[in-house]
Design a protein around this ligand. Structure first.
Ligand code: R5P
Length: 294
């Protein structure tokens, strides 16, 4: 019985941890922009092909199309195909905000699942829709905040406050604090309908002299998490750290946070970057051991 992992360097590492064979993907782009992902070796697996491919610097739509081509190819090579997409694109477009818009999160997921039997992602932005509302195949959303919290074990519980920058971040704070004792605080983020300006409010809590850890699922421009840091500063926090899962613009997202001189920045390699501290392959391997039996 064989299970093969196809994809990038993460796939190679995952295969090593699970004692499976890895096949890397070579990529070619034609002058007109057409993509050609190619398995370095074509091999049939009589049980499962696992695909693990993170997004690198390419356009997000190229990433999706490449994944689609790979999953269709894998379908010809194994009876079951499990797709692991560390960051799920389009998940934030989970509602029709204006008449005539596409419900992109659903439509993109319909494409992704077309050639898959199981779908796995990390901290999908379950804002209005949950993963099970979007995928018809078995789907899993792995939460990584507990793993991020392990990188702060040297912080003293009585001196630490874990802060979520908006209402949705409450579940992130709770998840982060599962095995990590600290006080919790949530800011409220509202957008002024007229000016578009983002306004934060919060319940009164003294951050004076505290070590504050601001947690979020996504950092793209860094605007949200930096605004939360500004309030924490005003409330006299002693130090500020950041913990988040997806650095949307890679190193650029992380560098945008350095300007306030945080005590610590912890993020993952769900998207390509050179500064991650949490390698997602280990939690992925732990999870996969529970659902596959080679
Ligand atoms: C919003 O709901 C998300 O959880 C993040 O807070 C947001 O996407 C971060 O974006 P940015 O870094 O551009 O403020």
């Amino acid at each position: 019985m064989t299970i093969v992992v196809i994809g990038d360097d993460l796939a190679e590492k995952l295969a090593r941890l699970l004692n499976l064979e890895a096949i890397l993907i070579e990529e070619r782009i034609f002058p007109d922009g057409e993509l050609q992902p190619r398995l370095q070796k074509e091999k049939k697996a009589d049980q499962i092909i696992l695909i693990l491919q993170k997004r690198t610097k390419e356009n997000i739509n190229d990433y999706l199309l490449k994944y689609f081509l790979l999953s269709r190819k894998a379908k010809d090579l194994a009876p079951k195909v499990f797709g692991i997409m560390p960051y799920l694109p389009y998940a934030r477009q989970d509602a029709v905000f204006q008449e005539g818009e596409s419900l992109s999160a659903l439509y993109v997921d319909e494409l992704i699942e077309k050639n898959l039997d199981v779908f796995i992602t990390c901290n999908m932005h379950e804002h209005r829709k949950r993963i099970k509302d979007l995928f018809k195949i078995p789907s899993h959303n792995l939460f990584l905040f507990k793993d991020l919290a392990e990188k702060f074990q040297d912080f003293k519980p009585e001196k630490t406050v874990v802060v979520g920058p908006d209402r949705e971040a409450k579940t992130f704070v709770d998840d982060f604090c599962q095995n990590f004792s600290a006080s919790k605080l949530n800011f409220l983020k509202q957008r002024d309908a007229k000016t578009g300006k983002i306004i934060f409010s919060h319940s009164p809590l003294d951050l004076n002299g505290k070590e504050v850890i601001i947690v979020d699922d996504i950092v793209s421009t860094g605007g949200t998490i930096l605004e939360a840091a500004k309030i924490a500063h005003q409330l006299k926090a002693k130090t500020i750290s950041f913990a988040f899962v997806h650095p949307i613009f890679g190193d650029q997202s992380i560098d945008s946070l350095r300007k306030i001189n945080p005590k610590r920045i912890i993020t993952t390699n769900t998207l390509e970057n050179s500064k991650y501290e949490l390698d997602i392959v280990e939690p992925l391997a732990r999870f996969l051991k529970k659902i596959i039996q080679p």
